[in-house]
Every structure is written in structure tokens, then in C-alpha cells.
Write a protein that binds this ligand. Structure first.
Ligand code: DX5
Ligand code: ZN
Length: 215
């Protein structure tokens, strides 16, 4: 079954409690953490995740778009994240492996994320390590509301084939430019978790949009 993870980046931050309740029929809640270094934008930090955790039982999928993310694994785990994803481009491979081990030690699900420029093959050592999820970006990370990059579909298909071969329990998440049309393309390519920011929060009826995106 396809899981839908609305991104609160497109929510009204002055009314987060209400905005989270508007998407309560979702499977997961996607939280975009940006540091102004790995990406140009600055968004949400540990105290906000801690506050969100007190208001919802939704699975918190925390996407770390920060340099040297291993520095923050323990803090986000303590704040109540259920899953953390770190970008392969955000540090050297040994440090990314250390960050994944820290996630395991802190009892959160572990994931790696790929910018559009990064090749599918880059996930292979991490599948071997047993990651719970691979996140494929279908826009340049940094901002909501961008156009889906169709050239990422081939990468999604390749990573799906790697997952089926080496780590069948691993989820494949897609993030960026997901709407009713692109949701169909990425699920056909093998994705099973879809992040959607503007499509869900821009809809008159977010619950209906979530149901429609599931397909
Ligand atoms: C972008 C973020 C996304 C973003 C998606 O860097 O990682 O999660 O919120 O927004 P939409 O769905 O509007 O492309
Ligand atoms: Zn994201």
C-alpha cells in the first residue's frame, strides 16, 4: 500500500496544531529540516519537532537537509522523530554510516536521501547496511512548490530493483513536485511512500487529496 506523508513546509506555521490536524488521515508527517548550508533555506529545528511530537501520534518522518547531519541524530531522536533521513551528499561515507548507527542506537528508523544529481548506485552500500528507507528527491532540495523532475523516474526504477534484490523490506520514498499526475508516475516506477507539500496543503479538502494520492 502507498503511504502519503504531507510535508508541513507548506503549512501555516502560525497554526501548526490545526494544520497537523487537517492531515490526520495521512500515514506519516514529513518534517523538512534545513540549515541554510546544505540548502539555501532555513526552516525547522529540534524544538519544533519536540513541540509537534506532543500534538500528534502520526509517524514523524524527519528529512535532514543539513551539513554533517550526524551531529543532530541524537537530538532529533530525543525530540520524538520516528525516522531520520540523512543526505549522502552531506558528509563523507564513514560519517554517514556512523549517523545511521547512531539512529539505530537511539531507536529511530534510518534512511538515506539522494539529491537529483546523485546516482542510484550510491545507495548500494547502505542497502547492505540495512536502511529502512531510501528517499529520492525529485526536485532540488530547499523549497516546496517546485516542478517534478521527470528524469528522476529512471533512478526510482533502478533503486526499486536494488531494493527488491538486496533489502526487500526497505521503503522507497519520493519527495518533490508530487501531485495527482506525478504520484501515478512514481508509484508505477516503484515508490511506496509519497511526500506531498503543496498538493495536500493547497487542496480545499486535504483528506480527499490524501486519499486520491494513494491511488
Ligand atoms: C523540499 C522538501 C520537500 C517539500 C516538498 O526540499 O524536501 O519535502 O516540502 O514540497 P512539494 O510537495 O510542494 O514539492
Ligand atoms: Zn522533504
Amino acid at each position: 500500500m502507498v503511504k502519503i506523508a504531507p510535508s508541513i513546509l507548506s503549512a501555516d506555521f502560525c497554526s501548526l496544531d490545526r494544520e497537523i490536524r487537517r492531515v490526520s488521515t495521512a500515514d506519516w508527517l514529513h518534517v523538512d529540516v534545513m540549515d541554510g548550508m546544505f540548502v539555501p533555506n532555513i526552516t525547522i529545528g529540534v524544538p519544533v519537532v519536540d513541540a509537534i511530537r506532543k500534538h500528534t501520534d502520526l509517524f514523524l518522518d524527519v528529512h535532514l537537509m543539513v551539513e554533517k547531519p550526524g551531529r543532530y541524530v541524537e537530538a532529533f531522536a530525543r525530540a520524538g522523530a520516528d525516522l531520520l533521513s540523512v543526505h549522502l551528499e552531506a558528509d563523507l561515507p564513514p560519517a554517514i554510516h556512523d549517523a545511521l548507527r547512531a539512529m539505530e542506537a537511539n531507536g529511530v528508523k534510518k534512511a538515506v536521501a539522494l539529491r537529483p544529481i546523485t546516482a542510484a548506485e550510491a545507495v548500494l552500500p547502505y542497502l547492505e547496511e540495512g536502511v529502512d528507507l531510501v528517499l529520492v528527491m525529485t526536485v532540488e532540495p530547499g523549497f516546496g512548490g517546485q516542478k517534478f523532475m521527470t528524469d528522476q523516474l529512471a533512478k526510482i526504477r533502478t533503486i526499486r530493483s536494488y531494493i527488491d534484490r538486496y533489502q526487500p523490506g526497505c521503503d522507497l520514498e519520493v519527495d518533490g513536485g508530487i501531485n495527482l499526475e506525478t504520484a501515478k508516475l512514481v508509484t508505477e516506477a516503484g515508490a511506496n511512500v509519497l511526500v506531498a507539500g503543496s498538493a495536500v496543503y493547497g487542496a480545499a479538502d486535504p483528506a480527499a487529496m490524501i486519499a486520491a494520492l494513494r491511488g
